[in-house]
Design a protein around this ligand. Structure first.
Ligand SMILES: [Zn+2]
Length: 189
């Protein structure tokens, strides 16, 4: 039983790696320089309210939080979500994906109000200039079960937890099956 599961798991990981490698090859020519946000030009102001959705289906390519993600990150996320489901993780949501600059500023303002200072808020919420959500290179995942699964298996898809204090925040920081860089204590350090 265990062996069968391991084989299934391994086959899936290998297929995922191949698929991601193929996607990487196809999208290499369209990779943007960091900080150039082509994504925001696709964003209709009427979609602003949707960015507050906290249980977005990772496969909903029509949702601005998903459609504006870096295509390679989105592919890895969707492979991981499919694998998680196969491994018994019932719910797998994007609690926050791509964010507009305005929405990021709003989040920062509420964090400053909540934590009482900009320095303390910076441990949890980046500025619009620094946020990897604004450039489409980060996703927050929930609920806790899904985030926990991703913290253990994400690197098979190149997805890495970035901050020790944010179990939910993932970025594409390695190749599929590669090693994730050491976590930073928080967004502030
Ligand atoms: Zn995040």
């Amino acid at each position: 039983m265990r062996t069968t599961r391991a084989i299934i798991l391994w086959s899936f990981a290998a297929a995922g790696a191949l698929l991601l490698a193929a996607c990487t090859a196809l999208t290499t020519t369209t990779v943007q320089a960091p900080g150039t946000s082509k994504a925001s030009s696709l964003f209709a102001p009427s979609d602003a309210a949707k960015l507050r959705d906290s249980q977005v289906d990772p496969f909903d390519d029509n949702h601005p939080a998903i459609s504006n993600l870096d295509p390679q990150l989105r592919a890895a996320l969707q492979q991981a979500a499919a694998a998680a489901k196969q491994h018994g993780v019932k719910d797998f949501w994007v609690t926050s994906g791509w964010r507009s600059e305005d929405y990021q500023q709003e989040l920062l303002d509420s964090a400053v109000a909540k934590y009482g200072s900009r320095a303390e808020a910076a441990k949890w919420v980046a500025s619009p200039e620094d946020s990897s959500h604004v450039t489409g290179s980060a996703v927050d995942v929930g609920p806790t079960n899904a985030a926990d699964w991703l913290s253990r298996k994400g690197q098979r898809f190149g997805l890495c937890q970035v901050y020790a204090n944010e179990l939910w925040h993932y970025e594409l920081l390695t190749s599929p099956g590669g090693r994730c860089p050491a976590m930073r204590p928080s967004a502030a350090g």
